[in-house]
Ligand binder design. Structure first.
Ligand code: FES
Length: 246
């Protein structure tokens, strides 16, 4: 466990913007711009997978990053639908995944080493309280490290089930995917030709005969149906929630 002295007033928030425009301008595929992917593991839980090599801050011990599935206000006591997730690295390749919801009054806790912006609570790298007024540790999520480059975090409440079927449209063969969504989250579709091969983001339409030029779609709180042009006869589609570093 690492402890810190009382905080100074300094706070820093690192913002990292993602978007279709930036990926197009840089000539890189959208998938390469995505730092993390969250997908439904089952109807209750989601799995957030991260490549360690993507994050300079996680290359050494006693550091952390903050990931957001939706926008949030650091000093408001609610972040809907999800609070950001702090991913921290301690010594001995020990990793922690913690909800950034301060246990005092619900403000959003910054990365390890900085105090809560509302009343100055400080947490240790494992989420326990270094000093209050926070009354208890940050909520932790199960996290596994494959010993190489992959972190997998189980996020409760992010699960959803997907139904899909190939259909014929005026625009040719498409794959129709229907899934429940949450407001505030942004969804993208990944395609893998084989299980085990790297997935890549694909464009899609929001109507069966519409132009397939969408790369992300905002959740509505209800079911969404999207239509992906089929370039091959076989493969796997994944509906992912976009994740940003914030
Ligand atoms: S909400 Fe974090 S210290 Fe009060």
């Amino acid at each position: 466990m690492n402890t810190y002295p009382r905080p100074t007033r300094r706070q820093f928030v690192k913002l990292f913007a993602f978007g279709v425009a930036s990926s197009v301008l840089s000539g890189r595929g959208l998938h390469e711009m995505i730092i993390g992917e969250a997908h439904a593991a089952d109807s209750a839980n989601g799995l957030l997978t991260l490549k360690l090599s993507t994050f300079t801050a996680l290359q050494s011990a006693n550091s952390s990053i903050r990931l957001a599935l939706n926008s949030f206000n650091p000093t408001a006591g609610f972040a809907t639908p999800y609070y950001p997730i702090l991913v921290s690295r301690s010594t001995g390749n020990q990793f922690y995944a913690l909800s950034a919801q301060c246990t005092h009054a619900g403000c959003v806790v910054p990365t390890f080493g900085s105090p809560c912006p509302c009343h100055g609570s400080m947490y240790n790298i494992d989420g326990t309280v270094a000093f209050g007024p926070a009354p208890s540790a940050l909520t932790s999520y199960p996290i596994t490290y494959d010993g190489d480059n992959l972190l997998t975090i189980q996020v409760p409440g992010l699960g959803y089930s997907i139904t899909g079927a190939p259909i014929e449209t005026a625009q040719g063969s498409r794959f129709q995917l229907t899934f429940p969504t949450q407001s505030g989250l942004s969804y993208e579709i990944l395609f893998q030709e084989n299980i085990g091969s790297a997935g890549s983001a694909v464009s899609f339409a929001n109507s069966s005969d519409g132009t397939a030029n969408l790369t992300a779609i905002a959740g509505t709180g209800g079911n969404l149906t999207v239509y992906v042009p089929r370039s091959t006869a076989k493969g796997f589609y994944t509906v992912n929630v976009k994740v940003t570093q914030a």
